[in-house]
Design a protein around this ligand. Structure first.
Ligand code: HEC
Length: 340
């Protein structure tokens, strides 16, 4: 719509610009000017039409899908929506995710109109990703990381939707979450969203490099690293003073390590190359292989990122304030025990 508006505007402008014609052919030729301008309109209309068609041509659609797929991979590949262990269909939901609040089941995000998101408009998708609201107005639990995704730029969200709508639709009903407190959760979530959660939009820092800003955007918005690596308070909100300092209660009860550049308890001894190599292969500098959810986000998503994006991510991570948090220490003690 915006495109056609712009085009209309430019057509009008072209029409009014015919003043030069009257300047060159004044007097009796003035009578024909209207007809001429009509002709010019017609020519412009014909010229513009194929352009409009080209906008939706398969070539451009394919480019949009490709761009959306890359963003999908940057977000870790949405593995929570595929029940890989039971050979479930791609993004058709049903995958259990254990959390301190109970077991959630990833939802069907294929474009099936009845059981997936096939009927969602662009605005429905944007509202879900940025406000955690379903098209029916239900609040989602923040196990769906809309708290990070709300920082994704609108054009990127739309590309992501284009990609999701390009995958095969799968008819598979969503499972009901198995929660510890199944009642009153909408009211609780509404309270949490209105009084506890304070969404911060993504802000770039013009004083830092372009790659730092790219890394910050990837980390904070798409890759949602903080959702697992930042500990939460009792109300389930990420503790901002412990940004990336590691969490014992990551999803699936996994311990997500301290990834601040603290030398002892974090990844302060890792180089930029170590980090990007890790995000590409799951291999740590000490030769250890990554496990669990981190392995999944790498396998389904991060490994496909371009080298410059992985480097940008590493540059951003290493620029964070180091926070000493002994989670890592516990883990290396465990490893030492195993060594003996
Ligand atoms: C879905 C949850 C989740 C997300 C998202 C996630 N991680 Fe992890 N990450 C983990 C878990 C769990 C571990 C521990 C796995 C292990 O040690 O085998 C881990 C381990 C790591 C390690 C290894 C640290 C060490 O000392 O062994 C690094 C580095 C890391 N993550 C960086 C990142 C970055 C960077 C991002 C975002 C681009 C990210 N993670 C996103 C869950 C996650």
């Amino acid at each position: 719509m915006t495109i056609s508006k712009i085009r209309l505007k430019s057509t009008k402008k072209a029409g009014s610009n015919l003043w030069w014609w009257t300047q060159i052919f004044p007097g009796k030729y003035g009578v024909n000017i209207r007809r001429l301008s009509g002709l010019v309109f017609l020519i412009l209309f014909i010229l513009c039409s194929p352009l409009e068609a080209a906008e939706e041509s398969p070539v451009n659609l394919a480019a949009d899908i490709q761009a959306g797929k890359y963003l999908f991979q940057a977000s870790g590949g949405c593995g929570c929506h595929t029940d890989t262990k039971s050979n479930g269909a791609f993004l058709a939901g049903g995958r259990p995710i254990k959390t301190p609040f109970g077991t959630f089941y990833g939802t069907n995000i294929t474009p099936d109109p009845e059981t997936g998101i096939g009927n969602w408009s662009d605005e429905d998708f944007i509202r879900a990703m940025t406000q955690g609201l379903s098209p029916e107005g239900n609040h989602y639990f923040p196990v769906f990381p809309y708290t990070s995704f709300q920082r994704i730029r609108r054009e990127d969200l739309l590309a992501l939707k284009t990609y999701l709508f390009s995958i095969p639709p799968v008819h598979q009903k969503n499972l009901t979450h198995d929660l510890i407190l199944p009642f009153g959760r909408q009211a609780a979530l509404m309270f949490w969203k209105n009084f506890v959660w304070s969404p911060q939009p993504f802000k770039s820092n013009p004083e830092l490099t372009e790659s730092w800003n790219r890394g910050a955007y990837l980390t904070q918005a798409l890759a949602h690293c903080g959702e697992c690596h930042t500990p939460r308070n009792l109300l389930g909100t990420l503790k901002s003073d412990m940004h990336f300092a590691g969490s014992k209660d990551g999803p699936e009860g996994e311990l997500a390590s301290n990834i601040t550049p603290d030398k002892k308890s974090g990844i302060g001894s890792w180089s930029k190359v170590d980090i990007s190599y890790f995000l590409q292969t799951g291999m740590k500098p000490d030769g250890d292989d990554v496990q669990g959810l981190m392995g999944e986000v790498i396998e389904f998503g991060y490994q496909y990122l371009l080298d410059e994006d992985l480097d940008a991510l590493a540059e951003y991570l290493l620029s964070l304030p180091p926070i000493s948090n002994e989670l890592q220490a516990n883990k290396s003690e465990k490893l030492k025990e195993e060594d003996y």
